[in-house]
Design a protein around this ligand. Structure first.
Ligand code: IPD
Ligand code: CA
Ligand code: CA
Length: 266
């Protein structure tokens, strides 16, 4: 049976707005915080509740669809065959906890490994970045135009500055060289939002040493619609079933960042 992607996007969008309402309501209550892999890797009961919210909606409405989410509400997936929802219920949990601001909901629908729908919603600023494959990308009702290139030395790159000082990061030196050569860097604390910002021409590129599929799956659907590129640091296709390095940007800049900076570890 063929899928009506427009209808599916409407449904995904309605659920995203509903989830955002639940997140906003939660802000008036005390938030219970736990650490996951390290003391700075935070999760709250709101992250889990929002992932469950999406999981149950999808199960009830589309029982044949699969689910890949950060908080482990569903069983692990070992392939992207069929229709797969890739969801980060709150991207930027540290911001959610500390700032109650600058976090997003990231919802992607992939079909046989291809990104079909991408939604990144900045809950507190009411900015929905959305795209359906082949139909352009939008910020709320405004269409995002194909991006225009800037030279590297005039570019602003999204990057978490922690990567520059962590001894165990093998890309520390290439990233320092990149930071030296670009116009400036920004760090917003939500990878999904930063990738959406590249699609919206607020950033020229975004780079991270370690991201998970739910951090970038939706953003990449947006990027493809405006002609931007995404890959691992070695310029390879991103794998949606495991963590990896991620570099996104306008095509010329992306190529230059890979070939002259992070393509080879130093
Ligand atoms: C994190 C954010 C952050 C990025 C981290 C991610 P989370 O996601 O996107 O900006 O630097 O690598 O893990 O844990 O807030 O969903
Ligand atoms: Ca995330
Ligand atoms: Ca998250």
């Amino acid at each position: 049976m063929s899928i009506d992607w427009l209808e599916l996007e409407k449904t995904a969008r309605a659920w995203t707005y509903e989830a955002a309402g639940l997140i906003k309501d939660s802000l008036s209550n005390p938030i219970h915080i736990e650490a996951k892999s390290n003391p700075d890797d935070l999760v709250t009961e709101v992250d889990r509740a929002i992932e469950s919210f999406f999981y149950h909606k999808i199960q009830e409405t589309f029982p044949e669809h699969h689910f890949l989410g950060e908080e482990g509400v569903a069983e692990e997936l070992d392939s992207l065959n069929g229709t797969v929802w890739i969801i980060d219920p709150i991207d930027g949990t540290m911001n959610f906890v500390h700032q109650k601001y600058n976090f997003s909901i990231s919802v992607a629908v992939y079909h046989d490994g291809k990104g079909m729908i991408g939604l990144v919603y900045d809950v507190m600023n009411d900015e929905l970045f959305h795209a359906i494959r082949g139909r352009g990308a939008y910020l709320n009702s405004d269409e995002l135009v194909p991006v225009k290139e800037r030279p590297l030395h005039e570019s602003i790159i999204g990057l978490n500055a922690k990567w520059l000082v962590q001894e165990k990061n093998p890309y520390r030196n290439p990233l320092r060289a990149l930071v030296r050569d670009v116009r400036s860097i920004r760090s917003y604390g939500s990878a999904a939002l930063e990738i959406a910002y590249v699609a919206a021409d607020r950033l020229d590129g975004y780079i991270s040493v370690n991201l998970s599929p739910w951090d970038y799956a939706a953003g990449i659907v947006l990027l493809e619609e405006v002609g931007c590129k995404a890959s691992t640091f070695r310029g390879e296709h991103l794998d949606y079933l495991k963590k990896s390095t991620v570099i996104v940007g306008k095509p010329r800049l992306h190529k230059e960042m890979v070939s002259s900076y992070v393509g080879e570890e130093l």
